[in-house]
Design a protein around this ligand. Structure first.
Ligand SMILES: Nc1ncnc2c1ncn2[C@@H]1O[C@H](COP(=O)(O)OP(=O)(O)OP(=O)(O)O)[C@@H](O)[C@H]1O
Ligand SMILES: [Mg+2]
Length: 233
């Protein structure tokens, strides 16, 4: 008899998202209906789909940055789609690492300070937070850039810093939205390989949104967001 599958880290079911009209004569935007997605521990899932399909909107729901119109998103026992702003922020800080296409680093702060931010936000002392930030920078290959201002780093280095910032809190779930979209092919390969290595090392559940089909097919499962649902591809 095979071992029972581990409980998913994330289970979204019956998800629907409708953006209401922005003006009285505007139209609503219906993105998806009855969408389901389950991500197991250690699994890396890729989501592809044409521009405007709703990939970023879906990640925003999973990170409790926005609320679904219908459905549930369970992370452990918590339905994160119904959280008020403060518990939602706590959920993101505790459970989620997020990497965007743009790095959103604070350019005047050092690389180590940027990585330390989520730890400072949860109340850790400055010295310990900076030490952890430095350790994570070494892990992403930037041990010699701790005191560089983020604005002084190359695009690839900035994205490595944002990967370190996403993982310094030891999240369960990594959400990455076109993390290589702004990078040349060689740098994109480096950042994707880094994400995959850290995903495995940290035993994460990961969701990668990408337009790069080569990267997508190096993940465990690939879905296309199309026509309001996820199709296996
Ligand atoms: N806050 C909002 N209010 C109204 N409409 C929105 C809002 N956010 C996104 N949309 C619309 O939802 C659709 C999906 O946007 P989304 O950014 O999720 O697409 P995407 O699949 O990530 O595209 P891309 O590949 O270009 O990043 C778009 O048509 C967009 O205009
Ligand atoms: Mg997007």
């Amino acid at each position: 008899m095979s071992a029972p599958a581990a409980d998913p880290v994330l289970r979204a079911s019956g998800l629907g998202k409708v953006y209401p009209p922005l003006t009285p004569k505007g139209v609503e935007v219906r993105l998806f209906e009855a969408l389901s997605l389950s991500v197991a521990p250690g699994e890396m899932v890729a989501i592809v789909g044409e521009s405007g399909a709703g990939k970023t909107s879906l990640l925003h729901l999973l990170a409790a940055l926005d609320r679904a119109t219908t459905g549930t998103i369970m992370c452990g026992p918590t339905d994160v789609s119904r959280l008020d702003p403060n518990p939602a922020a706590a959920y993101r800080n505790r459970d989620i690492g997020y990497v965007w296409q743009a790095h959103y680093l604070l350019p005047e702060f050092t690389a180590a300070e940027n990585v330390a931010m989520p730890l400072l936000a949860r109340g850790m002392g400055r010295r310990a937070a900076l030490a952890a930030g430095g350790e994570w920078l070494a892990r992403v290959g930037l041990g010699d850039r701790l005191k560089h201002r983020a604005g002084e780093l190359s695009g690839g280095e900035q994205q490595r810093v944002s990967v370190a910032r996403a993982l310094v809190t030891k999240p369960r779930l990594l959400l990455a939205d076109e993390p290589t979209g702004n990078l040349d092919a060689a740098t994109a390969e480096n950042v994707f390989s880094l994400l995959q290595t850290l995903h495995r090392e940290q035993g994460l559940a990961s969701v990668l949104v990408t337009h790069n089909l080569g990267f997508a097919h190096r993940c465990d499962r690939v879905f296309r967001l199309h026509g309001g649902g996820l199709e296996t591809c």
